[in-house]
Design a protein around this ligand. Structure first.
Ligand SMILES: Cc1ncc(COP(=O)(O)O)c(C=O)c1O
Length: 402
């Protein structure tokens, strides 16, 4: 019996007359009852704006948000809670860096390096920056095995490189990039900063930003059993302190004159306006849930099921899996002669939720020579039975398209 399922009420749902087999965790995970309760309890018993009120509800809400900041700090082993900035998600965090640190520290002719396996969230902000500031955007290529080409990175890096922004775990290939190795290569030849997109790793891999020695790291609450609309940007304190604000307005100021403003120190400087208070509280509950279960236990369960799913899918005739065997719980594939959207639609008839399309990674799909793929992605609550249902449903799709 999977010990985590009972915590997720949605998993008892039926879809098209079948038990839901939710294998779309790369897009968003489900929420445990504890996270739902935390948000409901906020709205039912202490809903108030934070930082602004001296009354009891406002103080309680403020304390709950402060507590989440500390929980997140501990979860990723940041040096201090001041290094934790609440954002609306990974995309917001990357844009924040592009519009603040990069705007202030990069000039025409400088270079941003990203990899060919990035999500659009870690591509488009750099394209826009390149246009605004005449900056060069370059791609670290992939090896034949589709892993990051570290030798190519070593060749590409130069004094002009000011930022290397890479994904920790690919949302298409499930590959984990060796961030420590990337940082050591980068620092041998340059003083470039390193930004890590941890959207797909945050719920699955223990992260220690101090050991990793990354400069920035971003992730979303909704991919770690938490709410949507809340995310985190980690930044080394000495960097955050030098950065200008991104969005401006209330809460991020010390004083406002008619024509001038003194900004707060980080993290408040980067948190303009009323934040997603319920989301922050829900994120705190999600971190608690993961810590209570033990990230290592969750990871072990996911790793075993990912291996099982990989082997099962590999045996389906006419099925191609992209990327190496060694991976975290993301498996993208195609069935010969059937469009990925048709695959996803047919398995849905059997209650199976998977993703289809380019998964916001069009340059990677082009590198793979395809326009779309189907993607099954695994979380701690998934089971062998669900994988078996997926495999049966794929065989039905093949019968339909014969
Ligand atoms: C690797 C990666 N980066 C960034 C994102 C964007 O996350 P969000 O939409 O929560 O901002 C995703 C979402 O799928 C992702 O998988």
């Amino acid at each position: 019996m999977n010990p985590y399922r009972k915590d997720f009420p949605i998993l008892a749902t039926n879809v098209n007359g079948h038990p839901l087999a939710y294998l779309d965790n790369g897009a968003t995970t489900q929420r445990p009852q504890a996270v739902i309760n935390a948000e409901v309890s906020f709205y039912k018993t202490y809903n108030a704006n934070i930082h602004r009120g001296l009354h009891a509800l406002s103080q309680k809400a403020t304390e709950a948000c402060d507590a989440t900041r500390i929980k997140v700090q501990k979860y990723i082993h940041a040096r201090s809670p001041e290094e934790i900035v609440f954002t609306y998600g990974t995309t917001h965090g990357i844009n924040l860096i592009a519009y603040t640190w990069a705007e202030a520290n990069m000039k025409a002719g400088d270079e941003v390096l990203i990899s060919l396996m990035e999500h659009h969230a870690n591509i488009v902000p750099w394209q826009q920056l390149a246009k605004r500031k005449k900056i060069k955007l370059s791609y670290i290529t992939l090896t034949k095995k589709l892993t990051l080409d570290y030798a190519a990175l070593a060749r590409m890096i130069s004094k002009r490189t000011k930022l290397v922004s890479v994904v920790h775990v690919s949302n298409v290939l499930g590959i984990e990039n060796d961030i420590a190795k990337i940082i050591s290569i980068v620092h041998k030849k340059s003083r470039a900063k390193v930004l890590v997109d941890a959207a797909q790793s945050i719920a699955h891999i223990p992260i220690d930003v101090q050991k990793m020695d990354c400069d920035f790291l971003v992730f979303s609450g909704h991919k770690m059993y938490g709410p949507t609309g809340i995310g985190v940007l980690y930044g080394k304190q000495e960097l955050l302190e030098t950065m200008p604000p991104f969005l401006t307005g209330g809460d991020m100021i010390i004083s406002v004159e008619k024509f001038a403003t003194v900004f707060q120190k980080p993290p408040a400087r980067f948190e303009a306006g009323t934040p997603n208070i319920a989301g922050i509280i829900g994120l705190g509950a999600a971190v608690d849930w993961i810590q209570n279960k033990g990230l290592r236990n969750l990871r072990k369960a996911e790793a075993a099921l990912t291996r099982y799913a990989y082997e099962k899918l590999l045996k389906v005739p006419g099925l191609t899996i992209y990327g190496p065997r060694k991976r975290h719980g993301v498996i993208s594939f195609n069935l010969d002669g059937i469009h990925a959207h048709d695959v996803a639609e047919i398995v849905n008839r059997f209650g199976v939720a998977i993703r289809s399309g380019n998964h916001c990674a069009m340059p990677l799909h082009r590198r793979l020579g395809i326009v779309a793929s189907a993607r099954a992605s695994i979380a701690c609550y998934n089971t062998k039975q669900e994988v078996d249902t997926l495999v049966r449903a794929l065989k039905e799709a093949q019968k339909i398209f014969k």
